[in-house]
Design a protein around this ligand. Structure first.
Ligand code: FAD
Length: 293
């Protein structure tokens, strides 16, 4: 069992309305009391909101004083200069951590553009400044990867370029993560591998996301949520139990860090954090074990 203290990070997306903005500010402020190691802000996944992606990391960091990473997707920049300009602006705003990603193809877009791969983007950012770099990884293999081995080769390239952490795509069967962790270590991936946890705020929506990114939704989840029909309180209870069970199992299997896709919602995120902290023993004072409060 690892003796590192358990820690977690939180992911938010830039809000698109005044009420969503208010909810994010309130939520991110409340969740700071759990002491996240860091928080991240996603980047124009729909091809828009470049401004939000620039402003929100800085705003959130100012709001709750939690070290904040900005996601940055290479595809959204048409030139290396535009990418470097954005990176520079983030640095000037006090952002010291980037989650560097390729990004998905937007409708009407074709070709990869100016960069050769994500490792290229990492090198470009790190040549400018000494950023901490996180990247994405795929326990169930990225749908466009030629094979599981090819997927891990790409991860190893990102590690060689300077990434110090890989945050995974969400998954619902922890065995997928454990198998991935074993394969990655065997393949020479030594950086921190952090499971991405998706609390199921809305089962139908999550099924849509899962389809897009190649994550399997186990039959037991479909059955559990089908039984809820339109009962929102039952849906929340099922989602809470599932996420609590998932993170407790990870904690019991030597996982000392998780990354929660908050969907800008506080309730299920708080449940997941409490369950992880309660389940993850940390060693202190000569190996005595205690549970994190
Ligand atoms: P890579 O590291 O380049 O690729 C990962 C694997 O997919 C490799 O095996 C690679 O070969 C294969 N692959 C990917 N694209 C292709 C292709 N076109 N052709 C062939 N093989 C390919 N998206 C956003 O838009 N904004 C975000 O803020 C965002 N945040 C994310 C955070 C996390 C933690 C994760 C897991 C994903 C996030 N994504 C985000 C989604 C991400 O952009 C997509 O999964 C994208 O398809 C791959 O990005 P990558 O950085 O993993 O790419």
């Amino acid at each position: 069992m690892s003796s590192r203290a358990a820690h977690f990070s939180l992911e938010y997306f830039p809000p698109k309305s005044v009420s969503a903005e208010r909810a994010l500010m309130t939520g991110a402020h409340a969740l700071r009391h759990f002491e996240p190691a860091f928080q991240t802000v996603t980047f124009g996944a729909d091809g828009s909101a470049l401004d939000g992606s620039l402003d929100w990391p800085h705003r959130l960091q100012g709001l709750n004083d939690v070290p904040t990473a900005s996601h940055i997707t290479l595809r959204r920049f048409s030139t290396r200069e535009a990418f470097s300009h954005h990176v520079e602006a983030l640095w000037e705003q006090g952002i010291r951590h980037l989650v560097v990603l390729r990004g998905d193809e937007a409708p009407g877009e074709n070709g990869e553009g100016w960069y050769s791969d994500v490792a290229d983007g990492i090198r470009t950012a790190r040549q400018a400044h000494d950023f901490e770099i996180s990247v994405a990884a795929y326990p169930e293999v990225h749908p466009l990867a030629g094979s599981a081995t090819a997927d891990l080769n790409v991860l190893r390239d990102k590690q060689a370029a300077g990434a110090s952490r890989a945050i995974t795509q969400f998954f619902f069967d922890n065995d997928d993560f454990y198998r991935f962790r074993d394969r990655a270590r065997t393949a020479g991936v030594t950086i921190e591998l952090v499971p991405g946890i998706m609390p199921i705020v809305n089962f139908q929506r999550i099924c849509g996301f899962a389809k897009q990114c190649g994550a399997q939704v186990p039959e037991r989840l479909t059955k559990a949520f089908s039984a809820c029909r339109d009962d929102r309180s039952m849906h929340s209870d099922v989602a809470r139990r599932l996420v609590q069970r998932q993170v407790a199992d990870l904690a019991a299997n030597d996982v000392d860090a998780i990354h929660i896709y908050t969907m800008n919602r506080i309730d299920l995120t708080a449940d997941a954090i409490r369950a992880f902290q309660a389940a993850r023993p940390v060693a202190e004072d000569g190996g005595q074990l205690r549970r994190v409060a």
